[in-house]
Design a protein around this ligand. Structure first.
Ligand code: 3HC
Length: 309
């Protein structure tokens, strides 16, 4: 009966066990997972654009090879996550339409421009660093396919973060102009990286339910704080200043206090008015339209094979 199915679901969540595709789930559990995993996948795919911008302009073959590997990883993460939504009954083509039509979001962070090569390093250091803070807990998400995808993805994110930090370390040992490039890029990416964790807990409509269902294991503010505490010593080791005059160690809390985030900027970016929103979505639409013939050919090939079989 539904009662026992519901009880099985509740018991599984309570016992910190995994829900699998064949298990009965409340429709809202299915819907919020499709919402989150789809937007996570969209973020990975759109996230290829800011960095892709520098593949043909990388300063050395080594940097080009590393960046190429990283952007290819992001594509793989996106496809992996779309597969996870399919285990919940979503359709990949439908999700792509929702991204292109603006019905579904992708991470705000990818609506900022990559103006110099130092941005490639700062994205690895701060954006992938923030992504790791946010994604490691998702490895313990109650929905099996998402948790398992995260375990694989987190391993690759660690490479992304290390290569970014190493790139910055190299530039910081370079000329004054290179050091200035790193500081300038840090100034542009610091606050948008804090916004990646989502609105403050008091303005987060999904957090309570996601915590109850153990999709989220920590709140937006908890993970944001963890990221700040982890990153300040890294900035010191690098020799850059984080652009927040209110940033200071709070011995009582055992954490860093930091300044107010400009939530009006965050809301504007989510409304589609960030620096690069239109360009990012137009690029995705163009790629989708130009790829239509490949999808048609693959479908025709599959049909021919089915008829032949
Ligand atoms: N950018 C865009 N939209 C955001 C956002 C952000 N940074 N933060 C929150 N939102 C949206 C939410 O999607 C939600 O809108 P919706 O209901 O239409 O989906 C609304 O703002 C309210 O936010 P909530 O806190 O209530 O929403 P969530 O509980 O879903 O929390 C989240 C937001 C923390 C991003 C959560 O969805 C999450 O952990 N997602 C998985 C991780 C993810 O998507 N990361 C993307 C980072 S980029 C990346 O990983 C690529 C890597 O290679 C860098």
């Amino acid at each position: 009966t539904t009662e026992s199915l519901e009880t099985h679901f509740e018991r599984t969540i309570e016992a910190d066990q995994r829900i699998e595709p064949r298990d009965w789930v409340p429709e809202k559990y299915r819907a919020t997972l499709i919402r989150q995993i789809a937007q996570h996948a969209h973020s990975e795919i759109i996230g290829m654009q800011p960095e892709g911008n520098w593949i043909t302009r990388a300063p050395s073959l080594r940097r080009k090879a590393i960046l190429l590997a990283k952007v290819q990883d992001e594509a793989g993460h996106g496809l992996y996550l779309y597969s996870a939504t399919e285990t919940l009954g979503a359709d990949r083509g439908d999700l792509t339409e929702r991204l292109i039509s603006g019905k579904q979001k992708y991470s705000s962070i990818f609506n900022y421009p990559t103006l110099t090569f130092a941005d490639v390093g700062v994205i690895g250091w701060l954006v992938d660093g923030a992504a790791i803070c946010n994604q490691v807990p998702l490895c313990r998400c109650s929905y099996g396919p998402y948790a398992r995808a995260m375990i694989r993805i987190c391993k690759e994110e660690s490479f992304h973060q290390r290569q970014g930090y190493e790139l910055l370390m190299t530039m910081m040992r370079g000329t004054a102009a290179q050091r200035e490039m790193v500081q300038e890029a840090t100034n542009r990416w610091w606050w948008p990286s804090l916004m990646m964790f989502g609105p403050p807990d008091g303005d987060s409509p999904n957090t309570a339910q996601s915590m109850a269902w153990k999709i989220k294991r920590h709140t937006n503010d908890e993970l944001r704080q963890r990221f700040v505490d982890m990153t300040v010593p890294q900035a010191e080791a690098l020799g850059v200043t984080l652009p927040d005059p209110d940033l200071r160690w709070n011995a009582e809390r055992g954490s860093y206090d930091f300044g107010e985030i400009d939530w009006s900027e965050f809301k504007e970016v989510l409304r589609g008015n960030g620096p690069c929103n239109a360009q990012r979505v137009a690029h995705r639409k163009r790629a989708h339209d130009e790829g239509a013939w490949v999808r048609e050919a693959a479908a025709a090939h599959a049909r021919k094979h089915r008829e032949a079989a």
